[in-house]
Ligand binder design. Structure first.
Ligand code: EPU
Length: 426
């Protein structure tokens, strides 16, 4: 058990490089199993979830290793389509392997996936999509078995533009017989990245980034070298950290176009944001202003993965703001913890009413999930006094040693083990 100890009140300043996107790297790694041979995937972040995905690939018979930010996966010896329950429980993204394993082996056995506790997270849209492609799905208790002699292209209309379901169907359809069209597809940049990777392997598809994706199945894919996109959620988190500490921060290796809605909201709050090709600068010298209404929505709307961090900023803004969370039904767990630091937030169903306070104060708080944990770190940076954030393993799922990243910007964040209270890193 580790915790972060944060000495707040210091404006962040300087330049950092943002690592590759977890949510792009995970489906790309899953898709690698579709093509026999050695793949090289670059710009992969060194995160807990990535290590779980590599463990799953190894359990399926692949050789996989991460060196620096490059993963090498040799899928030639893959010989299993059964994802061990223990690994399934650790990460929801293990579900991404359904489409690829069905495509390569014609069958897959999984278990109900785990993941962050941010509300109900069903996989019905994944299963319906695979069924539409001809897969037979059998569920008994926690076990799910799917098989198909040959997947066949189909027209699929998603009830909701689910990111994971869109990705699973794209992967399965890439090697199905005939043409698949996904209507009401998710439009996230990570979907475009997956399409680009699949095309590099020889897949035929078009439309990622719009709500209609058309895929013409091919019999075989070939291994390739691919570089994943920068992490837009880590970028957005650092933008908000810069703003709440009234700092001046430059973020490199980013794609500003992926953060248009976030930049728009920050500008409405009075934060200065300037962009260049792959650079974003955030400067904030005065107290941010309230933003009347921020509503999370599928891309290109405001990302749910930045809602907790935005709540910290609005908690310190002048005036009253409302945040409406429309993607997950349990993503306000950070509210109680922020309240313990002095924030004034009231919730009603999926809306949070935030009365900005001039400052928050250091406290011992618990990180309940990945982005809630990141929000508490940001609150700690802005707080007067010392903040202790517990359950850091949640944060490690999505930020590669957040204390080092923030340390490069002058923040005082140290990691300790709960038992020995001994500093591991600073
Ligand atoms: N949903 C269903 N049925 C399904 C799939 C989804 O009802 O079969 C519902 C979910 O319950 C949820 C909503 O649809 O209410 C959105 O889920 P979606 O499938 O779009 O999300 P996901 O694929 O599970 C990815 C990211 C999440 C991010 C969401 C939304 C990855 C690995 N994860 O999850 O990232 O919040 O899209 O943008 O890509 C994070 O990084 O902290 C994180 C949670």
């Amino acid at each position: 058990m580790e915790k972060l100890v944060i000495e707040g009140g210091k404006p962040l300043s300087g330049t950092i490089r943002i690592h590759g996107a977890k949510n792009a790297a995970l489906p790309v790694l899953a898709a690698s199993i579709m093509a026999e041979g050695t793949h090289t995937i670059e710009n992969v972040p060194d995160l807990l979830d990535i290590h779980v995905m590599l463990d799953i690939l190894r359990a399926l018979g692949c050789r996989a290793e991460l060196r620096g930010d490059t993963v090498t996966v040799d899928t030639s010896s893959a010989n299993s389509s059964h994802i061990p329950e223990e690994l399934m429980k650790q990460m929801r993204s293990s579900v991404f392997l359904m489409g690829p394993l069905l495509a390569r082996f014609g069958k897959v056995q999984i278990y109900q996936p785990g993941g962050c506790a941010i509300g109900e997270r069903k996989i019905n849209l994944h299963l319906q999509g695979l069924q539409a492609l001809g897969a037979v799905v059998e569920e008994s208790g926690h076990t799910i078995v799917c098989w198909a002699k040959r997947l066949k292209g189909a027209d699929i209309v998603l009830d909701f533009p689910s990111v994971g379901a869109t990705e699973n169907i794209m992967m399965a359809a890439a090697m199905a017989e005939g043409i698949t069209t996904i209507y009401n597809a998710a439009r996230e940049p990570e979907i475009v990245d997956l399409q680009n990777y699949l095309i590099t392997m020889g897949a035929k598809m078009i439309g990622a980034g719009t709500d209609t994706i058309t895929i013409e199945g091919v019999p075989k894919l070939t291994p390739t070298t691919y570089k994943v996109i920068p992490d837009r959620i880590v970028t957005g988190t650092m933008m908000m950290a810069a703003a709440v500490t009234r700092g001046n921060v430059t973020l490199e290796n980013v794609n500003p176009a992926h953060l248009t809605s976030v930049t728009h909201v920050l500008k409405r709050a009075g934060v200065q944001v300037t962009t260049d090709d792959d650079i974003i600068n955030v400067t904030c010298h005065t107290r941010p202003k309230a933003v009347e209404r921020v509503v999370t929505a599928p891309y290109p709307g405001f990302p749910t993965d930045l809602q907790p961090q935005m709540m910290v900023l609005l908690s310190l803004a002048e005036g009253i703001s409302i945040i409406k969370e429309t993607i997950f039904d349990g993503r306000f767990k950070h509210v109680d913890e922020l309240s313990r630091m002095g924030a004034d937030i009231r919730t009603d169903l999926n809306s949070a009413f935030i009365r900005g306070v001039p400052r928050v104060y250091g406290a011992t708080v618990e990180s309940t999930d990945l982005r809630a944990g990141a929000a508490l770190v940001i609150a700690g940076l802005a707080a007067r006094g010392t903040t202790v954030v517990e359950q850091v393993h949640h944060i490690d799922r999505g930020y590669d040693r957040i204390e080092l990243l923030l340390g490069q910007l002058g923040a005082k964040v140290s990691r300790y083990t709960e038992v020995a209270s001994k500093s591991l890193l600073s």
